[in-house]
Design a protein around this ligand. Structure first.
Ligand code: NAD
Ligand code: MG
Length: 391
């Protein structure tokens, strides 16, 4: 029987948050959503509160706090309303023992760190926090006694293939699979005029807008290489990327004895989330088993095209350079993707803006949160200045 869990879902109204709540609702006897947090979508948050009756609800945007408080009261709920300032304390306190970190972007770092320090079971979807401050986060998780279960599908696959330290000793190589995104097979010139709508239309996964654009540029895979480096303590030279358009093999682990293990399943994040809630037990997720014949009966693999998708190369370079490099990469990417989503810049400018930032702001040693936050802020300002100059 799985341990009963009191769960904080951070980013509750998003794609991962909604999937997490779907799994939670399947296990009313042992999984309970006690804290729900969102950025700005107060109506969606109120809907979720009516359905899941959490003890606490958090809206990051303070101007929306009255709407949350009054909406909860009007619905007859005794859920406490909070602004974002309360989030880290709620995450660290006794309102929850398990935290789904699914806020998008570097904004998720403080709450992820709070969960790590407080020794929670941490279902980590917010990959940007690992890219920005991976060493710090892993150190704090270890010191705090937190259990991190990655819920990025690739890392969850590796976690499942590599559950204990003894196996880890014989680990040779990690192979992250990538769907290739909506523009797989296209050359660089043909990507000049792609639209936001085309970029967010992912062929296999349904996800939030930022990660959908990251998948289209292959930056998502670059962020995942850095994420895997921290989670599994493997250097970048021993992490490979393989494009696998069916998105059924979620990643592979190669051992020194010639064995390669892989985890397969339908592309649905509820599997990874159920692994996170139940581990080491297996619980139902609502995802059906994999019928390989029904899925077309084939698994294809091809190398990534670094000419057409330079973001993956930039991420490997940032990881190799170390220090503040990944923080600069991540912040430049967030700013460039946000500008693309607002139609302020073109698709090919995303890698161009990031590369310019990496050249203009060389990586420095990074041992504190302040150094990393400073690099993050400088990269954002640099990209904004480039965008202003182009406008
Ligand atoms: P999304 O855009 O659908 O949802 C983001 C959520 O974060 C929303 O609930 C939003 O309200 C909330 N949010 C934003 N800023 C906030 C703040 N300051 N405080 C509190 N809440 C805030 O994004 P998503 O696709 O669910 O992705 C979430 C994270 O999970 C990202 O880091 C992404 O890279 C990662 N991830 C997502 C998937 C996926 O399938 N969607 C897969 C792997 C990893
Ligand atoms: Mg992934």
């Amino acid at each position: 029987m799985t341990t009963a869990r009191d769960i904080a879902v951070l980013g509750a109204t998003g794609s991962i948050g909604t999937s997490a709540l779907d799994v939670i609702a399947r296990h009313p006897d042992r999984l309970r959503a006690t804290v729900l947090a969102a950025g700005r979508n107060v109506d969606a948050l109120l809907d979720l509160c009516r359905r899941h009756r959490p003890r606490h609800a958090v809206i990051a945007d303070r101007s929306l706090y009255p709407a949350l408080r009054d909406g909860l009261r009007a619905s007859g709920l005794d859920t406490h309303a909070h602004t974002g300032e309360a989030l880290d304390d709620l995450v660290a306190g006794d309102a929850c023992d398990t935290v789904v970190a699914a806020i998008v972007g570097a904004a998720g770092l403080p709450s992820t760190l709070a969960a790590a320090r407080a020794g929670k079971r941490l279902l980590l979807a917010n990959k940007e926090s690992l890219v920005l401050a991976g060493e710090l986060l892993m150190r704090e998780a270890e010191a705090g006694g937190a259990t991190i279960v990655p819920v990025d599908s690739e890392h969850n696959a590796i976690f499942q293939c590599l559950p204990d330290a003894a196996a880890h000793a014989g680990l040779q190589r990690l192979i992250l699979t990538a769907s290739g995104g909506p523009f797989r097979g296209r050359d660089r010139a043909s990507l000049q005029a792609v639209t936001v709508e085309q970029a967010v239309a992912h062929p296999r996964w349904s996800m939030g807008p930022k990660i959908s654009v990251d998948s289209a540029t292959l930056m998502n895979k670059g962020l995942e290489v850095i994420e895997a480096h921290h989670l599994f303590r493997v250097p970048g030279e021993r992490i490979d990327v393989l494009v696998h358009p069916q998105s059924l093999v979620h990643s592979l682990v190669e051992f020194v004895d010639g064995s390669t293990l892989a985890q397969l399943g339908l592309p649905d994040m509820r599997t990874a989330l159920a692994v996170g809630f139940g581990w080491p037990e297996r619980i139902r997720s609502g995802v059906s088993g994999l019928d390989l014949l029904a899925q077309g009966g084939r698994l294809d693999f091809e190398p990534p095209d670094l000419q057409a998708f330079p973001c993956l190369r930039l991420a490997f370079e940032a990881l190799a350079g170390g220090g503040t490099g990944p923080a600069l990469l991540n912040a430049a990417n967030e700013t460039a993707v946000s500008a693309f989503l607002q139609r302020r810049t073109g698709f090919l400018n995303i890698p161009a803006l990031i590369e310019d930032t990496m050249t203009a702001l060389p990586a420095m040693p990074a041992d504190t949160l302040d150094t990393l936050a400073d690099a993050d802020a400088r990269a954002r300002r640099h990209v904004e200045a480039l965008l202003a100059r182009a406008a």
